[in-house]
Design a binder for this molecule. Structure first.
Ligand code: SF4
Length: 185
């Protein structure tokens, strides 16, 4: 007994939140950029053999303003760190990050002054992918895990993010030079 019983056949009811999450889960567009060898595996994920488009994520966008997923595929050097941060800041909310491979996740074999020991020191990471390099299947599995996470998100969380963003003025945002200075401090 409920509203469903009174509706004609072929009509379904759902929550707006579930509908929005469902659409985001199935159309997450990654940013078109790669940092090192892991990027080759990321590119292979888009091939017909692996078929990233089964998740609606085949549209790698060249502009951060049109992307909502950053796949950090490779080691992040100190030189690239301010650029990665700037690109992330230019992506609109809601946005997600996958750290692909051990280098992006924790520095990998490059335990030295030139490499950031995990991109989560710069930006928040949603899913970490182990391996050196992870195979395309591992990236697809990470995407699946991200979709699970997206399915649990709420409007209240987005609102909290918006409030946090609203407190930032353009003057509060670090310039590339300031970010670089922090890296070398
Ligand atoms: S995890 Fe391995 S394959 Fe990936 S960027 Fe590092 S060294 Fe290259």
């Amino acid at each position: 007994m409920g509203l469903e019983d009174k509706l004609p056949e072929g009509i379904i009811t759902t929550q707006l939140e579930s509908l929005v999450n469902w659409s985001r889960q199935n159309s997450t567009w990654p940013l078109l950029f790669g940092l090192a060898c892991c990027a080759i595996e990321m590119i292979a994920t888009g091939s017909a053999r692996h078929d990233i488009s089964r998740y609606g994520s085949e549209l790698f966008r060249a502009s951060p303003r049109q992307a909502d997923l950053m796949i950090v595929s490779g080691r992040v050097s100190n030189k690239m760190a301010p650029v990665v941060k700037r690109l992330y800041d230019q992506m609109s909310e809601p946005k997600w990050v996958i750290a692909m491979g051990i280098c992006a996740s924790a520095g990998g074999p490059f335990n030295n002054y030139a490499i950031i020991q995990g991109v989560d020191k710069l930006i928040p990471v949603d899913v970490y992918v182990p391996g050196c390099p992870p195979r395309p299947e591992a990236l697809l599995y990470a995407l699946d895990k991200l979709r699970e996470k997206q399915g649990r998100e709420t409007f209240a969380k987005y609102r909290r993010n918006e409030l946090a963003e609203a407190m930032l003025s353009p003057q509060d945002m670090d310039s590339l030079e300031a970010l670089r200075a922090k890296q070398f401090a």
